[in-house]
Design a protein around this ligand. Sequence first.
Ligand SMILES: *Cc1c(COP(=O)(O)O)cnc(C)c1O
Ligand SMILES: [Zn+2]
Length: 422
Amino acid sequence: MTQLLESTNQTNQTAAVALKCKECGERFPVAATHVCDSCFGPLEVEYDFSHLNADTLKAQIEAGPVNLWRYAPLLPAKPYARSLEGVGFTPLQRAYNLGEQLGLNELYVKNDAVNPTHSFKDRVVAIAVAKAIEFGFDTIACASTGNLAGAVAAAGARAGLKTYVFVPSNIEPGKILAASIYGATIVSIDGTYDDVNRLASQVADEYGWAFVNINMRPFYSEGSRTLAYETAEQLGWRLPDHVVIPIASGSLYTKVTKGFEELIQLKLVKDQALPAISGAQAYGCNPVAAAFAGGLTEIQPVKQPTTIAHSLAIGSPADGYYSLKVAQRTGGTIEQVTDEEILDSVKLLAQTEGIFTEPAGGVTLATLRKLAKLGKIGRDELTVVYITGNGLKTQSAFDGLIPLPQPIAPKLSVFEKWLDQI
Ligand SMILES: *Cc1c(COP(=O)(O)O)cnc(C)c1O
Ligand SMILES: [Zn+2]
C-alpha cells in the first residue's frame, strides 16, 4: 500500500481533462468508469492539447524513450516506476518480398508481435495499469481472448499487483501458459468471450478491481493510438495512404484512426486527409464485416464464434458500430477471410518477411491480399499492415500444417542420399 500511496502523490497532470460520452457528449471527471450515467453510452478520454506546439512536441517526442512513453504528452497516464520496459516503438518493416508478391510497391509491416508479451496488448495494458496505480487500485484484472491475459499478467507481476484474468476455456493452451507463468490467477470459463465479459463486468462492479478493458477501458483503449503515432514517425512524419487493421472489439481499429486524426490536428504531419482505414475479420466471427457488407448500421452479434483466430473472436464487439463509421468515413472497407486463407497468409508472411504471426495476423494479411487483388489498394499506395500477435503462442493452430523433419543418421552419405530425394 505504501508504494501505491507514493505513486498517487507523484501523479503529474496529464493532458486528459475529462471523460466524455461518445453518444450524448456529457462530461465526467477522470475516474475508473466507462459508461455514461445519463445514456449508458461509452466514455472516451477528452484532452486539452491547446498548450502543445507542433515543433516543440515533435522534438520532445524524438528525444524521448524508445518505447510508447515517448508520446507521454498525448497519453492519459504517466509511466509508473515499475512499468514493463520495452513496450512499443516496434519495427515498421519495409515488406519488399511480400509487396512484390502482392503487386504493392510501397508496403510496410508494423510488427507488433515483438512487444514484451508478444502482442500489441502490452500497449493498452501499459496505459491502463499506469492509470490504475494512479487511482490507487491494488488489484488488476481483465476479460481476455488470449493475448490480453498475458499482457495483464506480466504487467501485474512487474508492478507487484494482484492479478486476475478471465478467459474462455477454449483458447490456445499456449496463451493460458503465457499468462499463468507470471503468477496471475487464471479464471477459465466454459463459455464464449461474451460470456466471460459479462461475468467480468459483474465482478468489476462487486469487487472494486481495475479491469483494464472494462472499468479502465477509456484509458486502456487510448494506448492503441500510439500505433498511429509510431507509424507516422517511422515514415518520417507522414501518413500512409491505406492501412489494414484487425477487428475484435473494434478498439484498436477505432483508436488507431483517432491517432491519425490527432496527428493531423496537432500538425505533426503535413497530410490533411486520413488514410483509407480497412478492417479485417474472420468468417467464423464476422459481426462487423457482415454488417459492413450488408450496408447495415447495427451489428448482429455472432453467438458461437468458430474460427482459429481466437484473439479476434468477439461476437458482440463493443466498438463495432464505431468501426463501421470509420470504414465509411475513411473510404476503407471491412473484409472477412476463411480459416484456410488465414493459415495460408500466416505462411506467406513467414516465408516472405521472416515474421511468424498468430492467426489474427493471418486474418489481417489475408484481408490485405483480398483488397490488393480487388484493386481496392492501388499499386503505388503507401500501405501499412498491422501484425498484432506472435505465432509462438498459438502453435496448436498450426498442428499438422507444417511437415516436421524425419531424423537421419549423422553420415555424409546418408545426407547426400536424403538431399537427392527432397
Ligand atoms: C486483441 C487483439 C486485437 C484487436 O482487438 P480489439 O478488441 O479490436 O482492440 C488484434 N489482434 C490481436 C492479436 C489481439 O490480441
Ligand atoms: Zn451519454
